[in-house]
Design a protein around this ligand. Structure first.
Ligand code: AHM
Ligand code: MG
Length: 334
């Protein structure tokens, strides 16, 4: 008997490759290098996603110790993710240098490979403490163009303000694996179809909802460490403004929810961490580009995140991001 499949009459299947190529056609001057770079990042995301999905099996498959069943060294998933991204990009001739939240200094491209014009800064697996409890985690990436004359880039090429990013994105390893990116012309989301191994366009032109859910997202256990303005803001949100609260404790997942449903994400400074916890280059700036491209706002409580001039690779920043009207409201407390 012939099997019947229901076909949605108006649906189009658009792979991330097709989407990137179509976008590239809008820029006749484009060389294709940027398209190739994003495709390489998408491949790295699939490899990381595959391992993340198997993480819970590590114990039964015998690879939770330092060695796996083949006697090979087993890496922690965040170190593995770091390695995958480096190896996906270092030989391509597209990248001048990289920086990773997992490494202290600049990552140079080995001399045996050609160097390119792009600088890639990434947090290979953010929220990795959530892996063991099967909570969503993510990869975050930020792409700049090299501005130094040095063939292989310098630290200075990484220390550019977020406003100079040419693209930024994240991958969420959740109930589905999603890749969300912007190159300055809106935010687009792709969901991995594991059966065919392709990221398919599922969320074109993502925008914060006009009528956002009144939700704040913050680790409220730190309330007593906050300064009075921060305490007053959260007290106002819950007692006067009718907000509810959601906090996963996994940055990519918290921001993804905030983007889809609206809300206010905060990781403020406190008296133990005067600069907050999140890193400007690996976490705050790329997410700020996405949030602003989707119609939201991102600040450190007084400055626009995208305008902060980084001084060091691992510098931290307090962070407020989400629906524009809620970030404005937060501002009014500072
Ligand atoms: P990590 O870079 O060590 O993974 O930490 C970053 C994570 C973010 O995903 C999350 O927003 C934050 O730490 C949660 O911190 P806290 O446990 O202090 O609320
Ligand atoms: Mg991180």
């Amino acid at each position: 008997m012939t099997q019947m499949f229901e076909v949605m009459p108006d649906s189009h299947v658009v792979t991330i490759s097709r989407f990137l190529v179509d976008e590239q056609r809008l820029h006749p001057e484009a060389t294709g290098a940027f398209t190739d770079l994003l495709q390489d990042i998408a491949v790295a995301a699939k490899v990381i996603g595959r391992e993340v999905n198997k993480a819970g099996l590590a114990d039964i498959l015998g690879s939770s110790g330092d060695e796996n069943v083949h006697g090979e060294q087993v890496q922690k998933l965040d170190v593995f993710a770091d390695h995958v991204i480096r190896k996906a990009l270092d030989h391509t001739g597209l990248v001048a240098c990289m920086a990773s939240e997992e490494s202290e200094g600049l990552i140079s491209i080995p001399e045996k490979f050609p160097a390119g014009d792009y600088v890639v800064i990434f947090d290979p697996l953010d929220g990795s403490s959530n892996i063991d409890v099967n909570v969503s985690i993510g990869t975050i990436f930020s792409i700049h163009r090299k501005r130094s004359k040095d063939d292989r880039g310098t630290l200075d090429d990484c220390l550019q303000p977020g406003s100079r990013q040419v693209a930024a994105g994240y991958v969420l390893y959740g109930s589905s694996t999603m890749l969300v990116y912007t190159s300055g012309a809106g935010v687009h989301g792709f969901t991995l179809d594991p059966a065919i191994g392709e990221f398919l366009l599922s969320h074109p032109q993502m925008r914060f909802p006009e009528q956002p859910q009144k939700v704040y997202s913050v680790n409220e256990a730190y309330f007593n460490r906050w300064d009075p303005q921060q305490q007053q803001l959260v007290t106002h949100l819950k007692n006067d403004a009718g907000f509810s609260s959601r906090y996963i404790g996994s940055f990519v997942a918290d921001i993804h929810r905030t983007l889809l449903q609206g809300g206010l994400f905060m990781y403020p400074a406190d008296n133990k961490s005067p600069q907050g916890k999140l890193r400007l280059l690996y976490e705050a700036a790329p997410m700020a580009m996405i949030v602003e491209q989707a119609g939201g706002r991102a600040t450190d409580g007084c400055r626009t995140v995208l305008e902060i001039e980084p001084q060091t690779l691992h510098q931290r920043t307090p962070l407020y991001m989400g629906s524009r009207q809620f970030v404005d409201l937060a501002d009014s407390f500072f």
